[in-house]
Design a binder for this molecule. Structure first.
Ligand SMILES: [Zn+2]
Length: 305
């Protein structure tokens, strides 16, 4: 029995979103009572839980009406069986039984999962991959992450960290990455890299990836070129993944992918030139159908496993 009304909790590295998801027959999802809170990266377990409970209570008041279950996405390594937040790369959080805390408070079924895995799953349940059992989801925002659905199930790898496509090395002696490496896709193609590349080209620092996208749509050559380069690097990484996995699709989500139109051509070109073409003729490169609220879809989708 799949729940129809789900309290969706999207915990990010710097923000928290909650909403009540109503799932109609046919899988159409609508959200009500959206609440957004900034989260301080220094927050520990108690502060995050307190912020999340307050936001949930506000959502439930605004959305008025009951709910059947809770879905939670976590920015870090998760144990989906127990709903434990095992590790967060940006904070001191370790072994945080977040699902158990929600179960205790609301006395409802609770599911929790890593945010990127959950986004991939949401694409399978509600988005572009409803008919597809083997695909890779790549989020391109302030960082780059990957989630894999293989054989109709989330594939986690032996240690829970499969599909770290953000750390594919796409440039020799490239930019330093948060992981300690150099030339990682994340360091070369995420939002901050788009800003950096644009600054190197134009001398204008501090322009966001979104502003650069706006300039590209106005026809500015440097902005267009930055997005072309970004697509080229994403295509290189996507081809490495396709040659390994032979997926039916690779789906791009995250803030930068809202500008998919600006890098689609260079992405496709590089991808088609790098893959073993006979084996991957029918692989499709798609933009997410979940839009900028992917995190809320992701949280809700966890009750559909
Ligand atoms: Zn890296």
């Amino acid at each position: 029995m799949h729940p129809k009304r789900i309290l969706a909790v999207d915990i990010g590295g710097s923000k928290l979103l909650t909403a009540l998801a109503s799932v109609a027959a046919g899988g159409h999802v609508s959200f009500s009572g959206r609440v957004r809170r900034e989260l301080d990266r220094r927050f520990g377990k108690a502060e995050i839980l307190d912020a999340a409970f307050r936001a949930c209570d506000e959502t439930l008041r605004a959305a008025d009406g009951g709910f059947d279950a809770v879905g939670i996405t976590i920015p870090g390594l998760a144990d989906p069986e127990t709903g434990t937040w095992l590790y967060a790369p940006f904070s001191g959080i370790r072994d945080f039984p977040v699902a158990e805390e929600f179960r205790r408070r609301y006395a409802k079924p609770v599911a929790a999962e890593n945010d990127v895995n959950a986004c991939a799953w949401a694409e399978h349940i509600f988005g572009a991959c409803r008919e597809i059992d083997d695909f890779l989801w790549i989020t391109v925002s302030n960082g780059v992450g990957g989630g894999l659905v293989l054989g109709g199930k989330i594939f986690r790898g032996a240690f829970g960290s499969a599909a770290e496509v953000g750390h594919f090395k796409v440039a020799e002696n490239g930019a330093p990455c948060g992981c300690g490496g150099r030339g990682c896709l994340e360091a070369e193609a995420a939002g901050p890299a788009i800003s950096r590349r644009y600054a190197e080209m134009t001398g204008r620092a501090g322009v966001s990836a979104l502003e650069i996208a706006g300039a590209a749509r106005q026809g500015e050559a440097a902005a267009i070129e930055v997005y072309r380069q970004t697509g080229n690097l994403l295509g290189k990484a996507a081809a490495l993944a396709a040659n390994l996995l032979n997926p039916a699709a690779i789906v791009f989500g995250g803030g930068v992918s809202e500008s998919f139109d600006l890098f689609r051509e260079s992405l496709e070109n590089r991808f088609r030139s790098d893959i073993m073409s006979f084996a991957n003729k029918e692989v499709r490169l798609l933009k997410t159908q979940l839009g900028y609220e992917a995190g809320l879809f992701a949280a809700a989708s966890l009750l559909y496993r």
